[in-house]
Design a binder for this molecule. Structure first.
Ligand code: PNW
Length: 495
């Protein structure tokens, strides 16, 4: 693996660089990402605990809902689990070494709740081994100049809490349990961790995990479950934010706290007023559901009209809590876009992968839901900036699964991921355009640092800029071309 910039040398003395044929030179930085702009933003990578750690029954960790779900036959592609995953539980030193070599100085990770608190709930003891593991991990990161951005909840609810009261379905019990867990994390790590994300993708947590039931715990609770979950999650976020701000944490630790929302851009299918409205309804249903209350408002009107009685109401005190503790930054996970057409109702929408003439919005990645639409990034960032008063934005995830990549057995061949490099080149150009036009993006995290357990799709969809060989017990890593591209133009160039 050759990580130095060989561009000069390759032009003058190609014969002395035998690796050049195997490792193509990265294409230039996207035109709109000027050196000045690339210097201004901190560029990093992201992962999540269950997707990379492994060590599922080590160090006193109790199972999360994803352990139990993945162990049930027929739930994941090929019966895959996160039992070992990338084995980062044992290999984190090597991974931080690799990050440092790539020039990565910002790393978004998540904590496994049940590793830190095996009994899950408020008042239960912190696991000494769980605590020691994350202490070592954070110290190893900091020793290499890598700044941690820690997500408290990336989908791995302790199974004990699901069993005891249905997890997010019982807000009165979940909120104090989450606040206790958050406090334990702030207390233990807040002296070194200055960036906190309460929840990853509330829309996925509540729609896929509790509404549709396609994700763990695998029980469809319908619209009532979905919106009860959303309500609980928002109140739990507010409780953690209040705690962080008011108690000693924020004043003494001087950190910042936000949330990471998944956002699909919905573009009107035509210039008609009905389609413009449909697109707004679509944005309300995913973005507005969480962002409108968090920015001091209430659930969007279109949501209230379509969901009806299944949508809970906030008390005045609850809404005041959101306003009193605004997000220090808004995390955005951005992957894809759809067209929205009118469904004939004033508050609904019909999403579509094709425009009115039948042209697809973009090429498909390996993931069936992921259509590659670089121009939508700019639209989304400017929309968020306009609607929510120009908040500071961290792009907490952005990335792609390459068609056919998981079937490539030779890691050296899998490292030739031109499709992914093109994805980053196009999406980052779009992001840089939005920033030049006023969007306040200060951090960007590629999803993902390495190939990992892609939830129901197991290891059949790869998002890593670093390859992991999952058939080898040692789980060796191989740097992909997309990582070299990002290293050269972004990681090494950024803030
Ligand atoms: C995100 N969708 O998930 C998650 O935060 C990551 O853990 C995950 O690995 C990554 O994106 C890639 O999938 C999503 O259906 C899952 O629109 C599903 C959707 C979007 C994001």
């Amino acid at each position: 693996m050759l990580l130095v910039d060989r561009r000069q040398g390759a032009q003058t003395k190609p014969a002395q660089l035998p690796a050049a044929a195997a490792e193509p030179l990265p294409p230039p930085a996207p035109g709109n990402c000027t050196p000045e702009l690339r210097r201004r933003i901190g560029w990093g990578v992201a992962t999540a605990a269950y997707q990379v750690e492994g060590g599922w029954d080590e160090g006193g960790r109790s199972p999360s809902v994803w352990d139990v779900f993945a162990h049930k036959p027929g739930t994941t592609a090929g019966g895959a689990t996160g039992d070992v995953a990338c084995d980062m539980y044992h290999k984190y030193e090597e991974d931080f070494e690799l990050m440092a070599r790539l020039g990565i100085r910002h790393y978004r990770l998540s904590l496994s709740w049940s590793r830190l608190l095996p009994q899950g709930g408020a008042g239960t003891p912190v696991s000494p081994e769980g605590l020691a593991f994350y202490n070592r991990l954070i110290d190893a990161m900091l020793a290499r100049g890598i700044e941690p951005y820690v997500t408290l909840y990336h989908w791995d609810l302790p199974q004990v809490l699901q069993d005891a009261y249905g997890g997010f379905l019982d807000g009165a019990r979940f909120v104090p349990d989450f606040a206790y867990y958050a406090a334990a994390a702030f207390e233990a790590f807040g002296g070194r961790v200055k960036n906190w994300i309460t929840f990853n993708e509330p829309w996925v947590v509540c729609k896929l995990h509790y509404g549709d039931g396609t994700f763990a715990p695998g029980i469809p609770f319908g619209l009532a479950g979905q919106y009860a979950c959303g309500h609980t999650l928002l109140l739990a976020h507010a409780a953690a934010a209040a705690l962080y701000a008011r108690q000693y944490y924020k004043p003494s630790q001087r950190g910042r706290l936000g949330v990471a929302l998944s956002m699909t851009w919905h573009e009107p299918g035509s210039a008609s007023e009905a389609d413009a409205r449909a697109a707004q309804n679509a944005r309300d249903s995913e973005i507005g559901w969480f962002a409108d209350p968090l920015f001091g408002g209430d659930y969007p009107e279109s949501l209230r009209r379509t969901v009806g009685a299944a949508l809970p109401a906030f008390s005045d005190a609850e809404r005041a809590a959101f306003a009193a503790h605004p997000l220090d930054f808004l995390g955005i996970n951005f992957y894809t876009a759809r067209y929205a057409f009118s469904d004939g109702t004033p508050w609904g929408f019909a999403p579509s992968e094709t425009d009115a003439a039948g042209a697809p919005i973009g090429p498909r990645a390996q993931s069936s839901w992921l259509l590659v639409v670089p121009w939508a990034f700019r639209r989304l960032l400017l929309y968020v900036s306009g609607r929510y008063g120009g908040p500071e934005v961290f792009v907490t995830e952005n990335g792609v699964s390459v068609p056919g990549e998981a079937g490539v057995a030779d890691p050296a061949a899998a490292a030739r991921d031109a499709f992914r490099t093109d994805f980053y080149r196009g999406y980052l150009d779009s992001l840089c355009t939005a920033v030049a036009e006023g969007a306040n993006v200060t951090r960007y995290f590629a999803w993902s640092f390495m190939d990992n357990f892609e939830w129901r799709m197991g290891y059949t969809e790869r998002f890593g800029i670093v390859a992991v060989n999952f058939t080898d017990p040692a789980r060796p890593r191989t740097v992909k071309d997309s990582a070299r591209y990002l290293a050269q133009h972004f990681f090494r160039a950024g803030a």
